[in-house]
Write a protein that binds this ligand. Structure first.
Ligand SMILES: NC(=O)c1ccc[n+]([C@@H]2O[C@H](COP(=O)([O-])OP(=O)(O)OC[C@H]3O[C@@H](n4cnc5c(N)ncnc54)[C@H](OP(=O)(O)O)[C@@H]3O)[C@@H](O)[C@H]2O)c1
Length: 486
């Protein structure tokens, strides 16, 4: 039996993915149809919150019997804002998981007794699939993160067999050619991962409401509540949602520090992915052969330049705060620390404030290129590490604060990369090109914290399943998600 830690990791990734999709859900979208026939977005969000609540209660009850801590009461419960409710339930579940005991512990789900690890894996599948449904209904069409999809894909066929599928899911959708793990997972669960665009159907009729049924889970066989409503749907029904496929191809991107190193690679990568326009922020004049690149004079410590840059742009989907400095020091000179904070902390802070109205309007994304040194300093560059730790913390707070506006906020915990910044360090380094690719992959797949190179990747799994990340999510649940003024 796989240890619970594995199931917990899966659950946490699934919850993180579903919350990223749900962050796109505004009150205006609540009557949108979803891939679940007869369910609009409001019904689906309510249903997923119920399911997560059932999971949290079951895991808490099982843990409490053996002295494990219970999920803390007092998180946002049922309320009018369904996205807030989902976040609150997710925080309860993650808290329950963190306090859970061994994988073999028996967990009661209604009248069934299962092991904790089976419950966690089953819950991860349900939350992931419905996370995709939510994102689809919101028009986000976020792919399931490849690593999560690959693991679930290896487990799902053991749980969803020809015998158990009827009544849970439509037949698997046959894909025409090679497909990503995310698309394969979605297709296996009877959904069309990438429906062809159907112009004119974007404003689909709201689906007839089905009242949410608390305790749906009871009737759903092996699952907590998974996909019971899928049975009657035909693959064609997906097309009715008219959701758009938001990839970098249709986007407007701004990169700071775009003239060299990782910034330059990000510009090239955005262009190769078909970005509509790339604003290249640089301190010195820049000429670029691609007509889609618009140079912007942008010293991130210069308030007037930031303001002028923001006023010169009409729309923006993705802001990448990449500009940075790293100097050797020993913390004996306060001026060096202030210099790092000015560029690496207050630089992104002011740039974000200036571009936030545009990002709010586009329901876009902010990507802050921090560093693994945000979580573990290299004492040769402590002022740099302090500034990156602060920038990472800024990223975490903004993630929670801006979710209600539909703006996603990503941190990139970059490891050693072969640029001017690491010249002289004789250590293994990733290429800036591979880091840039991984950053856009992470943004596309909705990863909150992106680990874009082999060195940082070694931290990814433990970070995502760790107590610190769980606490970040718990704390974030306290932020009201009521849309704030732009
Ligand atoms: N390389 C690594 O190993 C590594 C690891 C972790 C994180 N990172 C982060 O990745 C980002 C990019 O670093 P890199 O490796 O590509 O370094 P780099 O080659 O030294 O490039 C730094 C970029 O930042 C720009 N910049 C510096 N101060 C600026 C300011 N005040 N306003 C606007 N732009 C400014 C530079 O412009 P000029 O040409 O005008 O100086 C340059 O374009 C940084 O935030 C860095 O902390 C890098």
């Amino acid at each position: 039996m796989a240890p619970l830690i594995r199931g917990r990791e899966l659950l946490e990734s699934a919850v993180s993915y579903a919350l990223a999709g749900a962050a796109l859900g505004t009150p205006q979208l609540m009557q949108r149809p979803t891939p679940c026939p007869g369910w609009d977005l409001e019904t689906l969000l309510d249903h997923v919150s119920d399911s997560i609540g059932v999971l949290a209660e079951a895991i808490t009850a099982a843990g409490a019997g053996a002295g494990a801590g219970a999920a803390r009461p007092g998180y946002p419960g049922p309320g009018r804002d369904l996205v807030v409710r989902l976040r609150g339930q997710a925080a309860r579940l993650l808290g329950a998981c963190a306090a859970a005991g061994p994988a073999e512990r028996r967990v009661a789900i209604w009248d069934r007794e299962l092991t904790a690890s089976v419950v966690a894996v089953t819950g991860a599948i349900e939350i992931t699939i419905h996370g995709w449904d939510i994102s689809f209904a919101c028009g986000g069409h976020r792919p399931v993160p490849p690593r999560l999809a690959a693991v679930l894909l290896s487990i799902a066929p053991l749980l969803i067999t020809p015998g158990t599928r009827p009544g849970l899911f439509a037949d698997p959708v046959r894909l025409p050619g090679p497909a990503s793990p995310g698309d394969q997972l979605i297709a296996f669960h009877g959904r069309q991962p990438r429906p062809p665009p159907r112009p004119g159907l974007a404003a689909a009729e709201p689906s007839p409401r089905r009242m949410p049924v608390r305790g749906d889970s009871r009737e759903s066989g092996w699952s907590i509540s998974v996909g019971r409503q899928q049975a009657a749907r035909s693959p064609q029904e997906h097309d009715r949602t008219g959701a758009t496929d938001m990839t970098i191809a249709d986007m407007t991107v701004l990169v700071t520090g775009a003239n060299r190193g990782i910034g330059q690679a990000l510009v090239t990568e955005a262009l190769s992915r078909g970005a509509k326009r790339v604003y290249a922020g640089t301190r010195q004049p820049l000429a670029h052969p691609d007509g889609r690149v618009t140079p912007l004079t942008l010293d991130v410590t210069d308030a007037a330049q930031i303001q002028a840059a923001a006023e010169s742009i009409e729309s923006l989907d993705v802001l990448i705060n990449n500009a940075g400095i790293a100097l050797f020091d020993d913390l004996s000179d306060r001026a060096v620390l202030e210099q790092h904070l000015a560029v690496n902390l207050f630089g992104p802070y002011h740039v974000i404030q200036a571009f936030l109205p545009l990002l709010t309007r586009s329901r876009g994304a902010i990507v802050n290129n921090v560093s693994t040194m945000a979580v573990a300093p290299l004492p040769l560059t402590p002022a740099y590490a302090i500034s990156k730790a602060a920038a990472f913390n800024l990223t975490q707070s903004l993630r929670a604060l801006l979710a209600g506006r539909g703006v996603r906020v990503h941190a990139v915990l970059t490891g050693p990369t072969d640029t001017g910044m690491t010249r002289g360090f004789d250590i293994p380094k990733a290429s800036p090109e591979s880091v840039a690719r991984a950053i856009f992959d992470g943004v596309d797949s909705g990863e909150e914290d992106i680990f874009p190179d082999p060195a940082s990747q070694s931290l990814a799994a433990s970070w995502r399943s760790g107590a610190v990340k769980a606490l970040e999510r718990e704390n974030a649940a306290f932020v009201a998600a009521a849309p704030a003024a732009a």
